[in-house]
Design a protein around this ligand. Sequence first.
Ligand code: COA
Length: 381
Amino acid sequence: MTTYVPGLEGIPATRSSVSFIDGEKGVLAYRGYPIAVLAENSSFEETAWLLLEGRLPVKQELTEFSDHLREHRHLEPPILKMIDSLPRAGHPMKMLQTAVAGLGMFYDEHGAPKSVVGSNGGESLKILACMPTMVAAWESIRNGRKFIAPHAKFSFAENFLYMFTGHEPDPALAKIFDTCLILHAEHTINASTFAALVTGSTLASSDSVISAAIGTLSGPLHGGANQNVLEMLNEIGSPEKVKPWLDNKLANKEIIWGFGHREYNVKDPRATILQGLVEKLTKSKGGEISPLFETAMALEIAVEERLAEKGVYANVDFYSGILYAEMGFPVDQFTSIFAVSRTVGWLAHWAEQCANNRIFRPTQLYVGEVDCQYVPLEKRK
Ligand code: COA
């Protein structure tokens, strides 16, 4: 094969049964279950099991899996100390990538595909269990507050809110957050999952697989877009400024954050569900639509008017950014919250690949010089 396809668009890099997208119909399904059904009925723990194991758990399996995650939430003192040593102004995604890679110094599991999944899942599940603790610990540490240790009485979502805020989580808010985690858990072979698979294909350890994926997710063309969405909406300021702002950006061929997707030519189904969650949250706060949400809705309409012909619609990061802002999370933590949940998808794909692993080693089309004459340094001009 000698055709170079930039961005590998349309090139299958794996066979997978983890999730499915129909980008024309706006369909996303995890293991055959439509995302809207899981968002409505499942929990993050149950969805994680489904993605990792390939089927819904029975009650005892779910209890054991949830208990396993609860037991492994704590951060050992040396890891906490390592996080504490980082510069306070550093980005949370860099902290997370460092902390996950650092975790590998305390676990010796090189090339351990057998332990990716299941309730006895070694380093992989330790990473999944304690990533929320790392993110929340960083929030406390960088703000000079006391670290709030995880509490075993809470679910995955509740515990994150508890550690992050220091308060008992409001059940309605915890349910919304749990749904966010479900929506972000998996999305076929996107850039970060591909990075995880490339790293995993060398039989590298879980911490290498996940930290490579975290670094890849951080970019603004991928998961980092949710932070940019908020910064963009703040720059626009109000609904009436949307159209002139947008026309100016498009005239300068600039990217509108939170819009467009390689796989979807219609609105991302997760964006639709997240928009509904913002509406739900708004109602629970008394029903007054915030200027931020109003500006976002005006922007979505204006973008559709101008870019629908190119198949560019709102993606997951557009409404997740808005929802996280409405929930009170700091803007630079949005992508790390995304990473916490997407770890499940990375692990599910890696586990699938381990069953039939072959190292990724693509080829290239060489376009450089040939047969160059070496000129000694002193004779070069
Ligand atoms: N803003 C403005 N124009 C956009 C756009 C956006 N967010 N997304 C796509 N387009 C335009 C492109 O300029 C291109 O126009 P052209 O054909 O006139 O050159 C066309 O739509 C196709 O886009 P392309 O860049 O080929 O899509 P891609 O599949 O390579 O990239 C993304 C997909 C996600 C990287 C791209 O849509 C993007 O940068 N989006 C913003 C970042 C973002 O929200 N990322 C999170 C994704 S979940």
